[in-house]
Design a protein around this ligand. Structure first.
Ligand code: SUG
Length: 452
């Protein structure tokens, strides 16, 4: 009963533009020189490590960046090269927005409901509108095209467009949606796959209507209304949906998505004590929904502060169920280097009652420096064996394709990218050549605007 993880392949323009207010790593590394080749290789190595543990693993390709249609919509005209050059001269911050490789964090691509929980037995995806951050709000149309190419069979998969970000008159809608990063599916056993029924913990940052509490410093990206709409669209039985509000104080301390402060898998939940507004009720709800099977580890502020959770991304680890049984925690090396965090992990995995039996630390430093840990880099898709067999095969992990992707990265990616390099028209050509070849490696056909 596989739960597949689809990792975002880091795009050739990976850079540090400081675009995400409220994401401490993003803003504090603004202007730093990035290493796109290392970033992509670190991502491929993570996917390979998971695949070699026997986890069903896939890839989602990056989007075209810089995204010339975005710049044209903002008024820049001329050939594609002239558009980029003019944007670089007149509005470098707009070029940076159109150049971000942020689609690598596929936990924000969509919210996924497996057939066991959806109304019609198909696997449902709602593309996230990502409207809180302008550089991410341009992702949804391509995300929908990509998901429809990877999960192509409409008899098995339903890919819904993003919820409307605005109303017809341009005012913001009630729907701020950041995808799976604010959704945790739990099951009564260790199995998180697509054949078992789950319960759905939807975590929101605020209510769009203004009711209830909200952060004062940083934006609450996910609205309750968006999560409700996703649950309704996917036909999830309301009695299997649980709702919790993220603590506004946590958002104000840099917890811009719920997956920065809690993570769950099967009957296991790891959560910081300051994650939710009404923490006791939220945990109680999950406990009741799982019929007492839940194993919850609540991390107190005295052991790991919210600030350290944000710095180390302890909670942004992946929890995976291994084919031989038991779970593993896949953490970033930043967590290993923090004595308090590594001690906590150590004592957790040595507790015989805990379903997590081992911890594996991986280097995803380039992504971490933009606020993306192991869990951000992947979209969980619980599938049945039959559904897995129906995924576009080139997007599923194999040793040969992994090697082909490593060669592809080495051939096409720059070692370094400084902020001023985004103005280089050659970067646009390099990116298109790279993505053109990538669609052949992954067997995806023409999914990008520049290919059509
Ligand atoms: O949306 N960072 C991303 C990180 C997303 C992490 N995802 C999850 N937690 N699931 C974001 O804030 C920074 C880009 C820049 O500043 O150049 C960025 O978009």
């Amino acid at each position: 009963m596989p739960e597949a993880n689809f990792d975002g392949i880091v795009g050739p323009t990976h850079n540090y533009a400081g675009l995400s207010r409220g994401n401490v790593a993003s803003t504090s590394n603004q202007g730093a020189v990035s290493r796109p080749r290392d970033a992509a290789l670190q991502g491929l190595a993570k996917a390979a490590a998971l695949a070699r543990l026997g986890i069903a693993q896939g890839w989602l390709p990056p989007q075209e960046r810089p995204h010339v249609p975005t710049l044209r919509a903002l008024g820049f005209a001329g050939s594609d090269e002239v558009v980029v050059a003019n944007a670089a001269r007149e509005a470098p911050h707009l070029l940076a927005r159109a150049s971000s490789a942020s689609c690598m964090w596929t936990a924000n691509a969509a919210t996924v409901t497996p057939g066991a929980d959806s109304g019609d037995g198909r696997v449902h995806f709602t593309v996230a509108n990502l409207r809180a951050m302008p550089h991410r709000a341009i992702e949804p149309p391509q995300t929908a095209r990509t998901l429809r190419a990877v999960f192509a069979d409409p008899a098995r998969f339903a890919v819904h467009d993003a919820l409307p970000a605005t109303l017809d008159d341009g005012t913001p809608s009630a729907f701020g949606d950041e995808g799976a990063a604010n959704h945790t599916r739990l099951t009564a056993g260790d199995e998180p796959g697509g054949e078992v029924e789950g319960v759905h913990l939807f975590v929101f940052g605020a209510q769009a209507g203004g009711a209830g509490r909200r952060p004062s410093r940083y934006p609450a990206r996910q609205t309750l209304e968006a999560s409700q709409a996703v649950a309704a669209r996917h036909g999830i039985d309301p009695s299997r949906c649980l709702w919790a509000q993220q603590h506004p104080a946590a958002i104000d301390r840099g917890v811009f998505h719920n997956d920065v402060i809690s993570v769950g898998n099967g009957r296991f939940l790891l959560v910081h004590e300051h994650a939710f507004v009404d923490q006791a009720r939220a945990i109680d709800d999950v406990e009741r929904a799982l019929g007492g099977a839940l194993h919850v580890v609540t991390v107190p502020e005295s052991e790991v502060s919210v600030a350290d959770a944000v710095r180390t991304y302890l909670f942004n680890s992946q929890v995976v169920t291994l084919p031989a049984g038991g779970m593993a925690l896949i953490l970033p090396t930043e967590a290993e280097r923090h004595p308090g965090v590594s001690r906590l992990v150590e004592s957790m995995v040595s507790d015989a009652r805990c379903p997590v039996k081992s911890a594996i630390y991986l280097d995803v430093r380039e992504s971490m420096r933009n606020g993306g840990g192991p869990a951000c880099l992947r979209l969980r898709v619980p599938l049945t064996a039959g559904e897995l067999a129906d995924v576009t095969p080139g997007c599923l992990w194999s040793p040969d394709r992994h090697e082909a992707l490593v060669r592809w990265v080495r051939a096409h990616y720059r070692e370094e990218l400084a902020p001023q390099d985004l103005a280089d028209p050659q970067l646009l050509r390099e990116g298109r050549d790279a993505l053109d070849e990538l669609t052949r490696i992954l067997g995806l056909g023409a999914i990008y605007g520049f290919q059509r």
